[in-house]
Design a protein around this ligand. Structure first.
Ligand code: GDP
Length: 296
């Protein structure tokens, strides 16, 4: 379960605080020490934890909190608010172009779940009444084109391919033209991944970006890789200027470090969360709901 140990540790901490009749500044400080440890154990990066604790502490030792009739509740509310802010505050919506088709570039490392997520996002858009086109621009992984075609068949969405011999930039451009001709609303371009971030990959993605001017550049990262996911996000964002992150495999992530740090480290909003292998297992990311989930 996501945030499993974080949730139980925070509940324990706040239980102690609730048990006290009067809450002192020392009690709040002690609670903050525990929250700090719990966040570090959840694999949230140190800098993010430090800033977070400083903000909560500053608000929580104020007289209005300590003198209130329900000081523990007030502290929990502050933690909730700050967790929400940490994950981006308001939910970040998918942007659509004023004139269709909207072009969405899907990027990420191999195995992160990029191709699956491209199918899931197409399904999500169909449910909103949109007509998406899937474009197979990953010409390096032999099975990638076929995988996208299978996904397209499953959701009855058209898939544009030019085979493995074509240049990804040409495929992307031709895909967008095809969507215009067919009056499709959204073009989802599935790009190549690599096992590690490298210059060649980044160059190719930048060339595709410059050629098709996407409204969204979404990075798909595996939440289970924790701080690695955060580092990957930082690198992609610096190089490509991401418009959003999609965290996959949150269903298998018990710690939640990436969910808690990505936004704070990169400044880039988390737009969706992958919650399973099925094609409908994609949810818009709501920071406030995530914060409530963490606090249990
Ligand atoms: P790509 O190399 O980035 O295109 O990755 P794939 O789309 O092929 O996905 C790699 C594996 O991750 C597949 O087995 C997917 O079913 C799985 N996967 C993708 N998203 C999720 C998710 O949100 N939850 C779980 N449990 N598995 C996922």
């Amino acid at each position: 379960m996501l945030f499993e140990s974080l949730t139980s540790r925070l509940q324990e901490t706040f239980q102690k605080l609730r048990g006290k009749g009067k809450v002192t500044e020392a009690d709040v400080k002690e609670a903050m020490r525990e929250v700090r440890l719990a966040l570090l154990e959840a694999d949230v990066s140190l800098d993010v934890v430090k800033d977070f604790i400083a903000r909560v502490r500053e608000r929580a030792v104020g007289q209005e909190v300590l003198k209130s009739l329900t000081p523990a509740q007030q502290v929990i509310k502050i933690v909730h608010d700050e967790l929400t802010a940490l994950m981006g505050g308001q939910a970040a919506k998918l942007e659509l172009a004023p004139t269709p088709p909207t072009v969405i570039l899907m990027v990420g490392l191999q195995g992160a779940g990029k191709t699956t997520t491209t199918g899931k996002l197409a399904r999500y858009l169909q449910k909103q009444g949109k007509k998406p086109l899937l474009v197979a621009a990953d010409v390096y992984r032999p099975a990638a084109i076929r995988q996208l075609q299978v996904l397209g068949e499953q959701i009855a969405a058209p898939v544009f391919t030019m085979g493995e011999g074509a240049d990804p930039v040409d495929i992307a451009k031709a895909g967008v033209e095809h969507a215009k001709g067919e009056r499709l609303d959204v073009v989802l371009i599935d790009t190549a991944g690599r096992l590690h971030v490298n210059e060649e990959l980044m160059d190719e993605l930048a060339r595709i970006r410059d050629a098709v001017q996407p409204t969204e550049i979404l990075l798909v990262v595996d939440a289970m890789t924790g701080q690695d996911a955060v580092n990957v996000a930082r690198t992609f964002h610096e190089r490509l200027g991401l418009t959003g992150v999609i965290l996959t495999k949150l269903d298998g992530d018990t710690r939640g470090g990436a969910a808690l740090s990505v936004r704070a480290v990169t400044g880039c909003p988390i737009k969706f969360a992958g919650m399973g292998e099925k094609l409908d297992a994609l949810e818009p990311f709501h920071p406030d709901r995530m914060a409530s989930r963490i606090l249990g």
